[in-house]
Design a protein around this ligand. Structure first.
Ligand SMILES: [Zn+2]
Length: 137
């Protein structure tokens, strides 16, 4: 009967061979955790297994910025507004913008920023912002 070289108890079942302080010992199940297993010799098994291999690139959530305005955004705005039977003034009031802004938008002289484009998209139920990839046809 083998005895555990750490605690001295008889070893029932599998004998575990571990390294403790550089010496190889045959230990019982209870004492396995005191040493390092000899079969899978891993250096520094106490340190966290997933040490920083490559730091993950932090991707900022900038989906909105990557969207591009449709080239014919002014047509979409004008056509949709007219379909809804709204004047430029009325649309301006609805989305809290000056009629002159609407006029400039519809003439293509003013490009709405993301905020304004979103507002128009929402109100007119159209798509003005598209991912750049779809734009490059
Ligand atoms: Zn033991």
């Amino acid at each position: 009967m083998l005895r555990c070289e750490v605690c001295g108890n008889p070893i029932y079942g599998a004998v575990n061979t571990v390294q403790i302080d550089g010496s190889t010992l045959q230990v019982c199940q209870n004492c396995v955790r005191l040493g390092k297993p000899t079969r899978q010799t891993k250096e520094g098994s106490k340190s966290p297994p997933f040490k920083s291999s490559t730091p993950k690139p932090v991707k900022p959530e900038k989906l909105l910025d990557e969207l591009e305005l449709k080239e014919d955004y002014h047509k979409i705005i004008k056509q949709t507004r007219e379909k809804l039977g709204l004047s430029q003034e009325a649309l301006g009031r609805k989305i809290n913008e000056k009629p002159s802004v609407i006029r400039l938008l519809e003439s293509g002289k003013l490009k709405p920023d993301n905020m304004l484009a979103r507002k128009l998209e929402h109100f007119l139920k159209v798509q003005l912002l598209v991912p750049p990839l779809e734009e490059e046809l």
